[in-house]
Ligand binder design. Structure first.
Ligand SMILES: [Cu+2]
Length: 137
């Protein structure tokens, strides 16, 4: 019984992803578009970053990470795991600081999340405010 408890404890430790501490004072924010803006597609989205550097995914360098853009999505419930990669969670693993989105007409939300070389959000999480934009037909 004691052995089983030990194995369970070890299993729990292995299952936990390694979250890196957030660079001190790190902040991400959307420079463009502005919250509430009405825009035309394609939409140029410009990423802002304070108190941290950008490095490509996979490159270990202190106090750096890369941008992720949530499009019409909420933050994942479990921020200890690598962010998924799909049309709602876009990775900018080459170190890009802007992108162009083709979005259908209507309301859309955008939110930036900064994450480490392995795509795992920092602790505490470094994310922008979620903004809402309206794409004109
Ligand atoms: Cu990533």
């Amino acid at each position: 019984m004691r052995m089983l408890a030990l194995l369970l404890a070890l299993g729990a430790t292995v299952a936990m992803a390694d979250q890196l501490p957030a660079p001190a004072g790190a902040e991400v924010y959307l420079i463009a578009p502005k919250n509430g803006a009405t825009v035309k597609s394609p939409v140029t989205v410009v990423f802002g970053l304070k108190n941290a550097g950008i490095a490509p995914a996979g490159i270990k360098f202190d106090n750096t990470g890369h941008h992720h853009l949530l499009v019409d999505a909420d933050l994942p419930a479990d921020l200890t795991q690598p962010l998924p990669a799909n049309e709602h969670v876009r990775h900018f693993g080459k170190g890009q600081t802007e992108t162009t989105l083709d979005l259908p007409p209507g309301k859309h939300t955008l939110q930036l999340v900064f994450a480490d070389l392995a795509h795992v959000p920092f602790t505490p999480n470094v994310a922008s405010k979620k903004i809402t934009i309206t794409v004109q037909p």
